[in-house]
Ligand binder design. Structure first.
Ligand SMILES: [Zn+2]
Length: 157
């Protein structure tokens, strides 16, 4: 929705409330092809048309302490997030299903030396075939038994 994008772009974060006339002026200034008289609509954007459009996404104008009609920036945050104009705040909004691709964690690249050995080589001891449970044993590929065969393998490795 172009209006949402232009509003976001024309609305600094620290401005909590903007007069409706001012918002219209900013939209036209920012994107005249879309909002000024030369637009496909044929007429410049007005406060009324802005209001009608925003009501469709359940954003309504309100009055500030000086009795000026305008819009609160906070009312737009949800729509901006839903349309991807501002990124979702991931810790606050745990993603439902179907959004996994956007939140896929980035894994550190695996060292090439670790990928050469098949996984099975590191889950059993290469001397006695005992299952290796401790991370250190798995890294070495050898269990913790103390006997000549194991000691010889450990030295060799
Ligand atoms: Zn062993």
């Amino acid at each position: 929705m172009v209006m949402l994008m232009d509003l976001y772009a024309a609305w600094p974060e620290d401005e909590h409330f903007v007069n409706a006339n001012e918002l219209v002026r900013r939209l036209i200034q920012r994107n005249p092809d879309y909002w000024d008289t030369a637009s496909a609509y044929g007429r410049a954007l007005t406060v009324q048309r802005l209001g009608r459009t925003l009501v469709q996404i359940k954003i309504r104008s309100s009055k500030n302490s000086r009795d000026q009609r305008g819009y609160a920036r906070a009312d737009f945050l949800k729509s901006w997030r839903q349309s991807g104009i501002i990124p979702r705040i991931e810790p606050v909004e745990p993603s439902g299903s179907g959004e996994a691709s956007a939140n896929t964690p980035v894994f550190e690249p695996v060292e090439p030396s670790q990928t050469v050995e098949p996984a099975t080589a590191r889950t059993i001891c290469r001397v006695c075939s005992a299952p290796l449970l401790a991370p250190a044993s798995r890294a070495a590929g050898i269990c913790g038994k103390r006997n000549p065969e194991h000691d010889a393998e450990r030295v060799a490795a």
